[in-house]
Design a protein around this ligand. Structure first.
Ligand SMILES: Nc1ncnc2c1ncn2[C@@H]1O[C@H](COP(=O)(O)OP(=O)(O)OP(=O)(O)O)[C@@H](O)[C@H]1O
Ligand SMILES: [Mg+2]
Length: 262
């Protein structure tokens, strides 16, 4: 076995084939050789192959089943810790009304895709009339992200709150606020197009959507504007980008709030 196992200071440069192992993309602490060797039939050659994998010199297909199973189990423990942290993050940040929002299959599949390869995952545009459950759906997706152990951080806010937060004010650096919002891994903007756009809100929305579009960063957007009227409500440039970057989830039915009124 090669003696030079990878010191933690160099681990940053190394890669794990997360997609191949079926674990969320992210940075993981790598195993030490002893951890592998202690696992019964781990061999010195296996250590070398695992190390070569981290250096990008050996695809998973060159590892034995035992080695791949070891990696799955080793990283699985870190995914589990991450899942618990993210579930707590979700519970502390979700508005109380949506705390029990439960993801459907589409939401779970989307969350898995974001966890594995966020840049390759189209955003979600959740549309439907008032009260059909768009906000509920958006939070259910964020819950699914936590449940799959994704390490993505997220920000959720309504378009109205977004504008309020970014409006230039004395003593507030709105550009820094903007960068904080636009840089997040997953951005949930609720109620796009709910208020009539002004030149300023259109510009803010455009900058934000365009940035996410260019960086291929996934988001969840909701709107109760009917698809045919989206261009009028949001303008050509924003709608064109949303159309390309989003998968549409259409919620139908009656206003659920009416059914709840006793
Ligand atoms: N799938 C669901 N299961 C149970 N309750 C739901 C579901 N979807 C929505 N609700 C409940 O229905 C109510 C309305 O949902 P929500 O606020 O998500 O609607 P909305 O489409 O965002 O409405 P608006 O267009 O006015 O923003 C909420 O009380 C929500 O918790
Ligand atoms: Mg809503």
């Amino acid at each position: 076995m090669s003696n030079e196992w990878i010191p933690p200071s160099q681990q940053r440069k190394l890669r794990v084939d997360c997609a191949g192992l079926g674990i969320p993309a992210g940075r993981y602490v790598l195993p030490q050789p002893t951890e592998y060797l202690e696992l019964g039939d781990g061999t010195a050659e296996g250590c070398d192959r695992i190390q070569a994998h981290f250096r990008g010199e050996a695809p998973l297909s060159e590892l034995t089943e035992h080695e791949v199973a070891f990696l799955r189990q080793f990283f699985g423990e870190q995914v589990e810790e991450q899942r618990q942290r993210r579930q707590t993050y979700f519970r502390t940040r979700v508005p109380r009304r949506y705390v029990n929002a439960t993801p459907d299959d589409t939401a779970i599949a989307w969350a898995r895709a974001v966890a594995i390869d966020p840049a390759a995952t189209r955003s979600l545009l959740v549309v439907g009339p008032t009260g059909t459950g768009k906000t509920h759906y958006g939070y259910s997706v964020l819950r699914a992200l936590a449940d799959v152990g994704s390490n993505s951080n997220w920000t959720a806010l309504t378009a109205a709150d977004l504008y309020a937060q970014l409006r230039p004010r004395a003593g507030r650096d709105s550009e820094a606020e903007y960068e904080k919002i636009t840089g997040v891994d997953v951005l949930f903007i609720d109620d796009l197009g709910a208020a009539k756009l002004t030149e300023w809100t259109e510009e803010v929305t455009y900058r934000l959507i365009n940035h996410r579009y260019e960086q291929c960063k996934p988001g969840i957007f909701t709107s109760n504007v009917p698809p045919a009227q989206l261009r009028d409500a949001l303008g050509e440039r924003i709608t064109s980008r949303l159309t390309e970057m989003c998968e549409r989830v259409a919620l139908k039915g009656d206003d659920r709030r009416k059914g709840m009124a006793a």
